[in-house]
Ligand binder design. Structure first.
Ligand code: AMP
Ligand code: TRP
Length: 337
């Protein structure tokens, strides 16, 4: 008999336009996983509303994120691709799991601490949703008996709390959930901010020059790379004291497959201009077909609808079985409908 494939679950929030950080750090790796694993890729719109979203932007971005998943090469025949709010089991399981989570452990999450500080400082209020964010993420993961969760390093704390909540539930009743593990890419997959290369490139940055969007046009990409912060050493070297150059080298090698040594020797005795120029052109070459495909997909709403409907059906079927188990163990009276 064929071994059962391990389950992978991951998601991206439609809370901003996706950057090449999301592309190289997440999407490009997901594509490589789709043959070996049983993958669920979700557009996590319920997570996005933990901070206020403009309804029309949320609608547009949710479909755009879905189209980007597909355009990046995630095959809807091989994977379950869906929109989180279409599958009500996630919200239901999140409520149940909330009752197995301590306020203190949520308050200790670094993402909560930094986001609540940021919104507080901007004069905004902090929603209970922002605090409970990791519990919804735990529901996402646990509802599919997920083995591996491919995410960036910043999400490791959320995977740890997911395991803690799962263990607590398993111990309170009987084994119910698989304990998931993070599947964290090596350092090179982390794309840094173009204006401050000691920080991660983020779609929520206030300065558009600090990131490149997957949907940025060639002119904008050239300008942003041209203006990106480097150093005055003038040598293309893969070194920690040249974080800006190191970041561009990571990007160039992620696209071309060239090793850092090859890049170093190719640009030996050449200034940064040529290196920056080639990096910009490589990014443009990588993104152009994806952008064309995204635009084509966004013009075919019926096709997108077919995909997210089918994805939601499959996701509901699988997750509902686990939700029913949870409800039964807790002591709720089952009802057949
Ligand atoms: P987020 O943009 O925070 O919703 O992240 C979605 C996914 O993209 C997560 O798996 C992140 O780890 C990944 N990601 C986001 N920004 C970067 C970046 N600058 N470099 C690498 N991966 C990233
Ligand atoms: N919190 C994740 C992020 O910001 C997104 C996310 C939500 C997620 N639910 C998930 C990632 C479940 C993996 C698995 O990157």
């Amino acid at each position: 008999m064929e071994d059962k494939k391990k389950v992978i679950f991951s998601g991206i929030q439609p809370s901003g336009n996706l950057t090449i950080g999301n592309y190289f750090g997440a999407l490009k790796n997901w594509v490589k996983l789709q043959d070996k694993y049983d993958c669920y890729f979700c557009v996590v719109d319920l997570h996005a509303i933990t901070v206020r979203q403009e309804p029309k932007d949320l609608r547009r971005r949710t479909l755009e994120v879905l189209a980007i998943y597909l355009a990046a090469g995630i095959d809807p025949e091989k994977n379950t691709i869906f929109i989180q709010s279409h599958v009500p089991t996630h919200s239901e399981a999140a409520w149940l799991l909330n009752c197995f989570t301590y306020v203190g452990e949520l308050e200790r999450m670094t993402q909560y601490k930094s986001k609540s500080k940021k919104y507080g400082a901007e004069g905004g209020t902090v929603s209970a949703g922002l605090l409970n964010y990791p519990v919804l993420m735990a529901a996402d993961i646990l509802l599919y008996n997920t083995d591996l969760v491919p995410v960036g390093k910043d999400q490791t704390q959320h995977i740890e709390i997911t395991r803690d909540i799962a263990e607590r539930f398993n111990n309170a009743y009987s084994p119910t959930f698989t304990l998931p593990e993070g599947y964290i890419p090596e350092d090179g997959a982390k794309i840094m901010d173009l204006q401050d290369p000691t920080k991660k490139m983020s779609k929520s940055s206030n300065n558009p020059n600090s990131y490149i969007l997957i949907m940025d046009n060639p002119e904008v990409i050239r300008k942003k790379i041209n203006r990106c912060v480097t150093d005055s050493l003038g040598k293309v070297r893969y070194a920690d004291d040249q974080p800006g150059i190191k970041n561009l080298m990571n990007i160039l090698s992620a696209i071309t497959g060239m090793s850092h040594e090859t890049i170093e020797s190719k640009y030996e005795n050449k200034g940064y201009a040529e290196f920056k120029n080639d990096t910009a052109e490589a990014i443009i070459k990588e993104l152009t077909p994806i952008q064309n495909k995204v635009n084509e997909l966004l013009g075919d709403k019926k096709y997108l609808e077919d995909i997210y409907k089918k994805g939601a059906e499959k996701a509901y079927y699988v997750s509902n079985k686990i939700l029913r188990k949870m409800q039964k163990k807790i002591g709720f009276i089952p009802v057949s409908r």
